[in-house]
Design a protein around this ligand. Structure first.
Ligand code: PMP
Length: 354
């Protein structure tokens, strides 16, 4: 039986994608070859890479606007340093909203001065700082749109004089934004876009080439742009499955439709968290993430009972991250609302039991 998968990432992907992706392992495009045994330079795979890059730009509304989409390796964690390597000459500004921002700041400090414009560390990152100012003269401003671990999400982004860089690993393709406000967006594939192993980077070309340091080829966005993400062997299968998922997003109404579905799922679970006296939400209400709902039991003594209930009902991945405790329901694009209803029903059942 298929589980209700609330895993934070790698996570649920559309069933149709799993089916098509598994078929391509046996026979890709009726070629008599597996996708795993063909050259990344073969026309069949070059077409996959081209389509994946084009779909990413199209879905984000960035086609023909001076952006390039790249599929790189090394995870979003590699981007923590690549961003600084390519863009940081003297000083950059960072908003610290959690574990991932903290890690991005640590890497960037190896390349120049970092001004942390605000941090929500004082409250274990359960909110998004609002009133901060970004110095005009910085090389770029970096933020994390969705905090996968703490369950907070930026609802607004500042207008900046300098390039706006955003780690969108855990909410890319989940909601409509004016993506042209951003100069560089990066996201590990393994939430809304595909399996682990590739990272999408969408970069506005005119922000590159401005630092004086020499950048090693593999670390340079310009290298990867020049070679269409084929400077070295790309993560062929991860890019293929990402391409299938992007096709699925497009065929199902694009980001707009994803956002509507995601809003409904989030409302369903947050309404129950707020209604049910046994539970309390972790994140500040106005900053609650639509992707990752974090919540705790008011009385931890019910933990064993509730854990047994959801595990017995075929629910997977509801445990909170170790730094928050409690529960985290990750509700990425492919998660059906029926799965959220199962958890909500279990929360109600627990209330009746106690
Ligand atoms: N940023 C965010 C917002 C994340 O959620 C994660 C991983 N969950 C990362 C960065 C790190 O990604 P990776 O493991 O691909 O390096």
């Amino acid at each position: 039986m298929k589980k209700h998968n609330f895993s934070a990432g790698p996570c649920i992907l559309p069933q149709e994608v799993f089916k098509e992706a598994s078929q391509a392992i046996l026979d890709f495009n009726d070629s008599g070859l597996s996708i795993l045994e063909i050259s990344h330079r073969s026309p069949d795979f070059v077409a996959v890479m081209d389509e994946a890059q084009a779909l990413a730009l199209e879905l984000l509304g960035l086609k023909g606007k001076g952006y390039k989409a790249l599929f790189l390796q090394g995870g979003a964690s590699m981007q923590f340093l690549m961003v600084a390597y390519n863009l940081l000459e003297e000083k950059a500004a960072y908003l610290n909203t959690g574990t991932w921002s903290t890690k991005a700041i640590k890497e960037a400090k190896l390349f120049g001065e970092i001004e942390e414009v605000a941090s929500s560390k004082d409250k274990n990152f359960n909110y998004i700082p609002k009133s901060y100012s970004i110095p005009d003269e910085v090389d770029y401003f970096h933020c994390t749109s969705n905090n996968t671990i703490f369950g907070t999400q930026m609802k607004e982004f500042p207008s900046t004089a300098s390039p706006l860089v955003c780690d969108m690993s855990s909410d890319i393709f989940s909601r409509e934004l004016d993506f042209s406000k951003f100069d560089l967006i990066y996201a590990g594939a393994q939430k809304n876009m595909g399996p682990a192993g590739t990272t999408l980077v969408v970069v506005k070309e005119d922000i590159l080439g401005k630092v004086s340091r020499e950048i090693p080829s593999m670390m340079s966005y310009s290298t990867h742009i020049g070679k269409d993400s084929m400077f070295n062997t790309p993560a062929v299968y991860a890019v293929y499955v990402s391409m299938l998922t992007l096709r699925w997003i497009k065929a199902n109404g694009g980001i707009k439709a994803m956002e509507e579905r995601n809003q409904k799922k989030a409302e369903l679970i947050y309404n129950e968290i707020d209604r049910n006296p046994l539970f309390k939400g972790f994140a500040a209400n106005e900053d609650r993430s639509v992707m990752n709902a974090t919540f705790n039991l008011v009385d931890e003594s019910h933990k064993d009972t509730f854990d047994q209930m959801w595990k017995g009902a075929g629910v997977n991945g509801l445990n909170g991250h170790r730094s928050v405790g409690g529960y985290r329901a990750s509700m990425y694009n492919a998660l059906p609302i029926e799965s959220v209803q199962v958890v909500v029903d279990l929360m109600k059942e627990l209330e009746k039991k106690i």
